[in-house]
Design a protein around this ligand. Structure first.
Ligand SMILES: Cc1cc2nc3c(=O)[nH]c(=O)nc-3n(C[C@H](O)[C@H](O)[C@H](O)COP(=O)(O)O)c2cc1C
Length: 173
């Protein structure tokens, strides 16, 4: 469905359904944001993640204040970003639900930062929260990246309301 927003002069003229439709057009990597607050592990599936700066190495995540993660992230002051691999859709679905015992059956290790990092991911980063900014219903957490690793695995994507894999490179055809 194509939404015409050309007549809209300001963002406030875009109705929420139109806004959501526009966002569904953008593909994003799927990450699980993990943390450990008061000795308890927690994780949440997210796509609102971006790099911010290479010097110092910084990223941001955007977290709804109604999530269980929100207060835990504020309390712990640190988080890991686990970039899911394309065969980890089940993990993306698992951490998008409100289940207890989230990490049961999910391979993970505890890092020196005391953060749970999921095994088999395309990459992970460990971050210390530098700054938080409230915007509407969400909070932006800016994190200083203190450790991380990339693996040779293709990332899982989310587009138009569905989990997807990367298409083969055009150069290969
Ligand atoms: C693909 C996908 C992406 C999501 N991205 C975000 C996000 O960026 N920020 C957010 O607050 N919630 C996001 N959510 C919703 C949370 O995963 C969901 O609310 C989850 O239940 C929160 O868990 P918690 O309450 O245990 O923290 C996303 C869900 C899915 C399926």
């Amino acid at each position: 469905m194509v939404q015409d927003i050309s007549s809209a002069n300001t963002i406030s003229e875009i109705d929420p359904d139109c806004f959501r439709t526009i966002l569904r057009s953008a593909a994003a990597s799927v990450v699980v944001i993990t943390t450990c607050a008061d000795g308890e592990l927690h994780g949440m599936t997210a796509t609102a993640f971006s790099s911010v700066s290479a010097d110092p190495p910084s990223v941001l995540i955007v977290v709804n204040r109604t999530t269980r993660s929100h207060s835990r992230l504020l309390r712990s002051g640190r988080f890991a970003i686990n970039v899911l691999a394309e065969d980890q859709e089940w993990i993306g679905q698992r951490f998008a639900g409100k289940i207890e015992d989230q990490f049961s059956g999910v391979g993970h290790i505890a890092t020196a930062e005391g953060l749970p990092v999921l095994t088999g991911c395309a990459a992970h980063m460990e971050c210390r929260t530098q700054e938080t900014v409230d915007v509407g219903t969400h909070t932006i957490f800016v994190g200083r990246v203190v450790a991380g690793k990339a693996e040779p695995a293709a990332p899982l994507l989310y587009h138009d309301g569905r989990f997807k894999a990367l298409a083969p490179s055009r150069e290969a055809s």
